[in-house]
Structure formats: C-alpha cells, structure tokens
Ligand binder design. Structure first.
Ligand SMILES: [Zn+2]
Length: 159
C-alpha cells in the first residue's frame, strides 16, 4: 500500500486519542490491516526484486508516493484539518514506521546482498501479513491506485 495512505490513515486513527504515545501505537497498528487489502503493488514489487530496471521504476513510484504524501499531509496540517494535530502527527509517524523498518532488511538483502540482515523477523512478519490475501487475490496497480485515491479523498473528509 502507498505510504501516502499509511500516513493518512495513521493521522486519522491517531486522533482517536489525545495521547501522542497511544496515537503512535494506533497508527502503527493501522498499518497491518491496510496492507492485507488487495492494492495491486505485489507483482511490481516482485519484478523490482529481480530486475535493476524494474527496481528503478519502483523507486520512482515510491518517490512520487513520498512527494504526494508530503504535499497532502503537509496541506492537511497547514490548513488545520486535524482537531488534534499532535496526535495526528504521531499517528502518521506510527502508520509509516513499519515500511521504514522493512526498508532496512530489504536494502541489506536486495541491494547490498548482505548476510547480516537486521529486522529480518519484522520483514518476514510484514511480508506474511502483506501477502497472505493478495497472493491468491490481487487487483491491477491501476485499480489499486484508483481505490487508494478514493480512500484518500474519504480520509481528507473525515479528518
Ligand atoms: Zn507495509
């Protein structure tokens, strides 16, 4: 799932509490059910692990995702969409953290081809959760993008 959606959902669930620590935990936990839904990036991610060219295209998609996420969430904070901006902020960080942790073993395994892999257990847990449904039922990347776009608009309204 796109980082934009993980950050946006984390910010949303973070506001269920005024406590920043709880907001962070809510955001962190929101990451996993979101990843279970079919969202169309599995095939692309698999290709990126096998080909350098596809890996570069995948990095481009992640960069675009980060830029869009920064613009949307930056605008939401700037235009004061959140009743609890501090909780929303920590929820957002919690929502993004699992993919940031996963990037560490992914870099070690697929870029550096290193034998020393930190957070391998977390990578496996995240991978299992991410793929258990979409291995047998996934949508196209385009459908996933449209669905996530709709979800993002909905979250903007709910903030
Ligand atoms: Zn994830």
């Amino acid at each position: 799932m796109f980082l934009t959606l993980h950050g946006a959902t984390g910010a949303f669930v973070g506001q269920f509490t005024a406590n920043p620590v709880l907001a962070f935990v809510f955001g962190f936990l929101s990451h996993f059910p979101l990843d279970v839904f079919p969202h169309g990036d599995r095939a692309f991610a698999l290709r990126a692990k096998r080909s350098v060219r596809e890996a570069h295209r995948f990095m481009l998609l992640i960069t675009a995702d980060l830029v869009i996420g920064a613009v949307v969430l930056g605008a939401a904070f700037l235009f004061q969409r959140f009743d609890q901006p501090t909780a929303a902020f920590w929820g957002m960080i919690g929502g993004l953290l699992p993919d940031a942790i996963v990037a560490i073993p992914e870099y070690a395994m697929f870029v550096r081809k290193s034998k020393r892999v930190w957070f391998r257990w977390f990578y496996r847990l995240h991978d299992y959760n991410h793929n258990r449904v979409i291995t047998s039922f996934d949508c196209s990347l385009r459908t996933g993008m449209v669905a996530q776009g709709i979800l993002l608009v909905l979250l903007w309204k709910l903030w």
